[in-house]
Ligand binder design. Structure first.
Ligand code: ADP
Ligand code: ASP
Ligand code: MG
Length: 426
């Protein structure tokens, strides 16, 4: 008998019908003789809608209130799922983050889990109940509700799996596993049977949204095995676990892309010690998450400084730069919101020279201009124009021999959606 955590994302609980499908899946796990704890995201695009509501009221809503608001999305889906399970004759109980014993730090909107007291969940499981935990939220030392960053229900699931000593943390979504690239962008992407924590962490960090990188980090730290699989089929997905000899020894494990960042260039600043320190200290002080940085060669003792940051931080970044231009002696700054970061990832890169050359050749052959480059021992990232992201991902995917013969097909459509699609094609 296994103890399983099963997390369902927004698409999987987007409608009452889909919630009923999830209930059926959970009951099937019970009927097979295993115990299960469910973790859910908010229904469909609820979180985006709640963010929109808050922004319609205030440009900069207090973070405490925003977290309180966003946490309600998951509280709707958890109760509906518990009701659906009960309606099928099985016992269920929903738990908010606080009730599930998830404690976090006070960093609203990107809080880190510090402790999990899963006693209530364990007691419920022992009593034959299917606990349903609201993802994405916890409680801080002041008793305030915090959220764990977008996609944070994945982290809740891994934390709950650790807290109750589950055998596996199953993360169900609208794809049937981790692919060598986002299959919606590169339809020839290949599903991986397994991937190491290290490679997955780098892919998630570089934008592969299939798993939140915090979740992978947590899983690696506490050795929780993740099974990423489809909510709409029974096919086995991808296991994310410690590297072992059974894993494919590919140089490149995948290509990730990220279109959520923007690029800022401060022009004509004096090229002298202390300028970069001032700019980036001010940005850090205002919680701007800087990613890539490049400083041009100076001409006549002046230079340009370019950096990227999440679009969500743009307003704060502009305020900081505007406020420090005069002090640092810069002329002006420009913003480019139409950029994408594309990354080639693989632990095998460490021992295989030539990855950068091959990537640059592939991009050049597709006429993709590279604006910025950054590297780590197991990742190469380039910033390109946002319009060319699909082309760049596919070119790199082909260049690194990752293409599969099979073309990715949607498996997530409901009966009604399939019918609509068929009718459209007629
Ligand atoms: P959920 O809402 O269930 O948490 P997400 O939308 O967060 O699901 O994650 C699933 C999506 O991740 C897929 O629809 C897919 O487009 C995207 N994705 C990005 N990179 C990858 C990848 N390497 N493998 C699989 N899916 C990926
Ligand atoms: N509902 C939250 C989000 O949309 C958390 C999650 O889905 O994992 O980001
Ligand atoms: Mg997700």
């Amino acid at each position: 008998m296994a103890l399983i955590v099963a997390k369902f994302g927004g698409t999987s609980v987007a409608s009452p019908e889909r919630i009923q499908m999830v209930a059926k899946r959970l009951i099937a796990i019970k009927q097979a003789g295993d115990d299960v704890v469910a973790v859910v995201s908010a229904m469909g695009k609820t979180t985006d809608e709640l963010v929109g509501l808050a922004r319609a009221i205030s440009k900069n809503p207090p973070k405490r209130e925003l977290d309180r608001l966003l946490s309600t999305g998951e509280q709707v889906s958890m109760t509906l799922l518990a009701m659906a399970i009960e309606a099928s004759g099985y016992r269920a109980m929903s738990f908010t983050g606080r009730q599930a014993g998830i404690q976090t730090d006070t960093d609203h909107s990107k809080a880190k889990i510090t402790l999990i007291h899963a006693d209530r969940i364990i007691t419920a499981v022992k009593a034959g109940v299917i606990p349903v935990v609201a993802g994405f939220q916890g409680i801080d030392q002041n008793g305030d509700i915090t959220t764990l960053g977008r996609g944070g229900s994945d982290t809740t699931a891994v934390a709950v799996a650790y807290g109750i000593g589950a055998d596996v943390c199953e993360i169900y979504s609208d794809v049937d596993g981790v692919y060598t690239a986002d299959p919606r962008v590169a339809p020839r992407a290949r599903k991986l049977d397994q991937i190491s924590y290290e490679d997955m962490l780098e892919l998630s960090g570089a934008g592969a949204g299939v798993l939140q990188s915090r979740a992978v980090e947590f899983a690696r730290k506490y050795n929780v095995v993740i099974h990423s699989r489809s909510a709409f089929s029974d096919a086995p997905g991808t296991l994310i676990k410690e590297a072992d000899s059974s894993m494919e020894q590919a140089v490149i494990s995948g290509i990730a892309h990220d279109t959520s960042e923007v690029k800022l260039t401060i022009r004509h600043v004096p090229d002298m010690p202390g300028i970069a320190a001032r700019v980036f200290s001010a940005l850090a002080g205002n919680s701007v998450n800087v990613d890539m940085i490049i400083q041009n060669i100076s001409e006549d003792d002046f230079t340009d400084i370019t950096f990227t940051c999440p679009e969500d931080d743009l307003e704060r970044a502009e305020e900081v730069i505007q406020g420090s231009l005069e002090r640092i002696g810069g002329r002006d700054y420009v913003v480019d919101t139409n950029i994408a970061k594309v990354s080639v990832v693989g632990t095998g890169m460490k021992s295989s020279p030539g990855v950068a050359a091959k990537a640059f050749q592939a991009l050049a052959a597709s006429d993709v201009n590279i604006q910025l480059i950054s590297t780590s021992p197991i990742r190469l990232s380039v910033v390109i124009s946002g319009d060319q992201v699909d082309l760049a991902v596919r070119s790199l995917h082909t260049a690194f021999d990752l293409d599969s013969d099979k073309v990715f097909e949607e498996t997530m459509l409901s009966a009604e959606e399939l019918e609509a699609k068929k009718n459209k094609g007629r």
